[in-house]
Design a protein around this ligand. Structure first.
Ligand code: SF4
Ligand code: SF4
Length: 289
């Protein structure tokens, strides 16, 4: 059975300052980055000792791809025989050339942040990924002020490239019906992201076949439930993985709801569901479950 891991070390630096950023937006000191690198190294060594197939998505609390240590780890992990998939969430501002040495197991979850970088610069980075043969998805936070950029980005990307939109959910009834139609025309799966799913006491693979790991090795179901289930650096840690029910009222992020069996997400995204690369883009706009 494959384990899907979300790894988030102690890094919290980012070179951007997106106004909608939910993260810490700090600048790490050299010592803090060194600590994060040591955690990454320890995690990588742990992956080498596992016999189970692994899917790993790095979900840093900032921008990690700019750190050479992460690019090196991604390339190495992509060649590791038990790693079926390794991916990272990134703003795509980092130098990408090193990643050309990776295998096809590597993928990037790239987010365009209007106001932080020009669309042309971002699209040029996408083209470099194409030239390097690296798989990736592209997405944008669906603020109304981003609609024009979304239209232009859709035109700049190859037609087969999935462009996802994360719905802005912090404000109730934020979108009009025509906004929703527009966003569905950009992202055919937008309807799945538009709402938070009632999840309390419903089955979820998080904490069983999927789990989050922090820099200390602590295991949690997902990034949205604080309870620590175990620690990967302790003996028999995998005993903490078992079928579970969600303890939260709702679940609203892609990296969470894809583990709800009700959605059968793998049927739409196949092996690319961790990095958000759809198997095929549907002609029809997706309806809610
Ligand atoms: S790029 Fe990501 S981590 Fe950095 S400020 Fe923007 S949203 Fe936050
Ligand atoms: S439903 Fe969402 S919040 Fe609940 S355990 Fe699963 S991933 Fe976490």
């Amino acid at each position: 059975m494959r384990w899907n891991l979300y790894y988030r070390g102690s890094l919290s630096s980012c070179n951007y300052s997106c106004p909608y950023c939910p993260f810490a937006k700090t600048r790490n000191t050299r010592a803090e980055l060194e600590r994060d690198r040591a955690q990454l190294q320890r995690f990588q060594e742990w992956t080498q000792r596992q016999s189970a197939p692994l899917g790993i998505l790095f979900t840093p609390w900032g921008e990690a791809l700019g750190q050479r240590a992460y690019r090196k780890a991604l390339v190495e992990l992509s060649h590791q025989s038990n790693v079926e998939r390794v991916a990272i969430q990134t703003n795509l501002s980092a130098p990408l050339k090193d990643l050309g040495a990776a295998s096809q197991s590597l993928a990037l979850w790239a987010t365009y942040h209007p106001g932080e970088v020009s669309l042309e610069r971002f699209a040029a980075q996408c083209r470099q990924l194409d030239l390097l043969g690296i798989r990736y998805s592209v997405g944008v936070v669906g603020l109304k002020g981003h609609f024009e950029d979304l239209t232009r980005l859709r035109q700049l990307l190859p037609q087969e490239r999935y462009l996802w939109v994360n719905a802005y959910k912090r404000q109730a009834d934020y979108y009009s019906a025509s906004d929703i139609d527009f966003l569905k025309s950009i992202d055919p799966f937008f309807a799945y992201n538009l709402h938070r799913y009632p999840s309390l006491d419903t089955p979820c693979a998080a904490g069983h076949r999927s789990f989050a790991v922090d820099g200390q090795g602590d295991v949690r179901r997902c990034h949205f439930v604080g309870e620590v289930l175990g620690n990967i650096y302790r003996a028999n840690w995998e005993d903490c993985l078992q079928p579970r029910l969600c303890p939260n009222q709702t679940c609203g992020c892609y990296i969470g709801y894809i583990h709800r069996p009700q959605l059968q997400w793998q049927e739409r995204f196949g092996a690319g569901y961790l990095e958000r690369i759809a198997l095929a883009l549907p002609d029809e706009k997706a309806d809610l479950e």
